[in-house]
Ligand binder design. Structure first.
Ligand SMILES: *Cc1c(COP(=O)(O)O)cnc(C)c1O
Length: 338
């Protein structure tokens, strides 16, 4: 067994023994291999370096109570990456190849899948980069598809705890830009707004819709949801939001496990008073409860530190229960690693 203090893990890179690498050239992918080498050797003129032709995904492998290992909806990540690929003109990886690559990487790094009950998981980072010699702006002649794995800690050491956000004057995406694609370029543009929010004493910023700056779009690199005072699960609908698999899973959990009504619609920043609870969701943190939101001169408070809304708590417990195999999952959500 590897010597890792699972309870103390954060979200930081660690080299694990094996990763999967496959190359695309002349219209097709090769079979892909597992390798111990964690460095890529690519042309200085790679499209991925100059013109941002690259993308990534993020998902987790979970250790269950009986010691087995499972993935949560990897097919959804595969399909989302295909949509990203189409938007930035990269070759698609089939769902089968994507899921197989994830399975191979988990199995090859099995000792690094944290034990059940530690709150830690094995984070998988599939990514694709345009490589090869190229100077003009055009799709790359070759591509790398790779998946590596890193054990990561529970996001909240002492359980769920709410954090505060402020709205940003910057946009993370343009109205008809690449907001719905998981490309690195969206993140480069978010570094400064994030930094400024942290400097101002907040955990991160909330992005408003780029057209009118009146509706909530995303919370940092996570999707937003609110629970209305009459117990509806509400989440923004927009073409410039990254479609979070956690969010769409929570929508189903809210409907089918908690019997809640769900609305995907505009969420005006000036109407936060309609919510009793609010949160941000994504693979890394699952759910981040929102304590308060500052917008211009108004500060809306939902919860103080160490206080979590009852619905947020139920959503969290049910989803994590499903991911860890403690709660029965909807059909097709769990992929056992064998
Ligand atoms: C990846 C990502 C999310 C969360 O998506 P999940 O599939 O739930 O992990 C949300 N917003 C942005 C901008 C993202 O890149």
């Amino acid at each position: 067994m590897v010597d890792i203090k699972w309870e103390e893990l954060g979200f930081t890179y660690m080299k694990t023994p094996k990763r999967y690498v496959s190359y695309w050239e002349n219209g097709k992918w090769d079979d892909g291999v597992l390798t111990g080498e964690n460095k890529l050797s690519i042309s200085e003129a790679s499209c991925g370096l100059h013109y941002g032709q690259q993308c990534f995904e993020g998902l987790k492998a979970y250790r269950t109570k009986d010691g087995s290992i499972q993935l949560f909806r990897p097919d959804m990540n595969a399909i989302r990456m295909q949509k990203t690929n189409q938007r930035v003109m990269m070759p698609e990886v089939s769902v089968e190849k994507f899921v197989d690559a994830c399975m191979q990487v988990v199995k090859a790094n099995e000792e690094y899948v944290p034990p059940y009950g530690t709150g830690a998981t094995l984070y998988l980072r599939p990514f694709m980069v345009g490589i090869g010699d190229n100077l003009g702006v055009r799709p790359a002649p070759k591509f790398i598809f790779s998946v590596f794995a890193v054990p990561v800690g529970a996001y909240f050491k002492g359980g769920l705890s709410p954090v505060n956000f402020m709205t940003s004057e910057y946009d993370r995406a343009a109205p008809n830009g690449t907001g719905m694609a998981k490309v690195g370029g969206n993140y480069a543009g978010s570094l400064l707004p994030h930094h400024e929010a942290v400097e101002a004493g907040f955990a991160d910023c909330i992005y408003l819709d780029p057209k009118t700056h009146t509706m909530i779009e995303e919370v940092g690199a996570a999707n937003f949801f609110g629970i209305t005072k009459d117990n509806k699960f509400v989440t923004p609908k927009s073409d410039s939001i990254l479609p979070s698999i956690t969010k769409y899973s929570l929508i189903q959990v809210a409907k089918d496990y908690l019997n809640m009504e769900v609305e995907e619609r505009d969420v005006p920043i000036d109407n936060l008073d309609e919510f009793a609870e609010a949160g941000a969701c994504g693979t890394a943190a699952v759910i981040t409860p929102i304590g308060g939101i500052k917008h211009k001169d108004k500060y809306t408070v939902f919860f103080d530190e160490n206080e979590v809304g009852p619905v947020t708590r139920k959503l969290y417990d049910t989803l994590v229960g499903i991911q860890l195999g403690d709660v029965e999952a909807p059909e097709g959500w769990i992929y056992k690693v064998k």
